[in-house]
Design a binder for this molecule. Structure first.
Ligand code: SAM
Length: 185
């Protein structure tokens, strides 16, 4: 099944968790990765990869000694990811994004240089949203980046409350158009 079909099918099954009817556009992917200095980063955490539109691009640029921890809760997406991403730098984690710290430790790391999130925070209960933002903040250093896209500014207050520096840009070339938050601890 193509990425687009799989997305739509999973959206109808689990609307709030999947949060979108189709994968993100190449324009949004470019914007999400724009601020990352791939020559300097080694540990990247991706939250909610879906069919892997951002994962693919991260791997094209990830340092040969870098690692990518990918958290995906949806069974069907995880199956697709397992088939495609056999690169030894990738750790596919079929568990919730709330557990970043636990899995980083299991993989032998304490901090992440980048946390890149596609999670539909606006659909989450407040406690879950705050736990994931807090967990992301906990694993960052002063130089790390937290990059998140959203279809609305609904989570702006929570994101601004968690991170010191928050820059917001808008990408009309996506369905739906999206806001990208780029944040520092
Ligand atoms: C809006 S989709 C984004 C997919 C993809 N990154 C893209 O941009 O096309 C959100 C993704 O987050 C996943 N997700 C939702 N809640 C999650 C959680 N607590 N932990 C990990 N993944 C989660 C969904 O299954 C879905 O794949």
């Amino acid at each position: 099944m193509s990425g687009k079909k799989s997305f739509l099918r999973n959206f109808w099954k689990e609307k709030k968790m999947v949060g979108a009817m189709s994968p993100s556009s190449p324009f949004l992917a470019k914007k999400m990765l724009k601020s990352i200095d791939f020559s300097a980063v080694r540990v990247i955490v991706e939250l909610g990869p879906g069919t892997g539109v951002f994962t693919r691009r991260i791997l094209e640029q990830l340092h040969p000694e870098g690692v990518l921890l990918v958290f995906e809760l949806n069974d069907n997406f995880m199956e697709l990811l397992q088939k495609e991403f056999t690169d030894p730098r990738v750790h596919l984690i079929h568990d919730s994004a709330e557990k970043i710290g636990e899995y980083l430790t299991k993989c032998g790391y304490s901090k992440a240089d980048v946390v890149l999130s596609s999670l539909p925070l606006a659909n989450f209960p407040v406690e879950l949203k705050n736990r994931i933002l807090q967990e992301s903040h906990n694993v960052m250093t002063d130089n790390s980046l937290y990059v998140q896209f959203q279809y609305s500014l609904n989570a702006k207050k929570s994101i601004k409350g968690m991170f010191r520096e928050v820059a917001i840009t808008f990408t009309p070339a996506n369905f739906p158009p999206a806001f990208v938050y780029t944040c520092k601890k």
